[in-house]
Design a protein around this ligand. Structure first.
Ligand SMILES: [Zn+2]
Length: 138
């Protein structure tokens, strides 16, 4: 999996994970990439350039879109918490054991440092970051 910094034609920046550069090109050509802020499918890799600070709230995402995104992220997280086994800090070890066939194949989630995630990806183990959103219990 490769992470790309992306930007839409409206200037919103976000991130996407892709199996490969080719997968990114294919999805982009097929119009399958959409900006999570405004929904346009005119999306490309973000050009790494110095940021220009603009004043005013005009290019902030509308609150209802932010709320919708957070709701989706919460739903995804809830699904994972209900259906995946929480292995906590043993995540890198357990992901590796499953990958090597030393542990029962199953869906797991847990904690890993950026370094550990990179090592797992290097070993061909697919890991995905979960959107971390504040819990709604309170
Ligand atoms: Zn956008």
């Amino acid at each position: 999996m490769i992470r790309f910094a992306l930007a839409c034609s409206e200037g919103h920046e976000f991130e996407g994970w892709f199996h490969s550069n080719e997968a990114f090109d294919r999805q982009r050509a097929a119009g399958e990439l959409a900006c999570p802020v405004c929904g346009v499918t005119s999306v490309d890799k973000a050009i790494m350039a110095p940021a220009v600070a603009r004043s005013g709230a005009a290019d902030r995402p509308p609150p209802e879109l932010v709320a919708r995104f957070l709701a989706m992220a919460r739903a995804l997280r809830a699904h994972v918490e209900q259906n995946f086994e929480n292995v906590g800090a043993r995540f890198p070890e357990e992901a590796r054991r499953i990958h090597l066939g030393e542990a029962e194949p199953r869906d797991i989630y847990g904690e890993a440092t950026a370094e550990e995630v990179r090592e797992l990806l290097d070993e061909g183990i697919e890991v995905r970051p979960l959107p971390w959103v504040p819990k709604l219990d309170g």
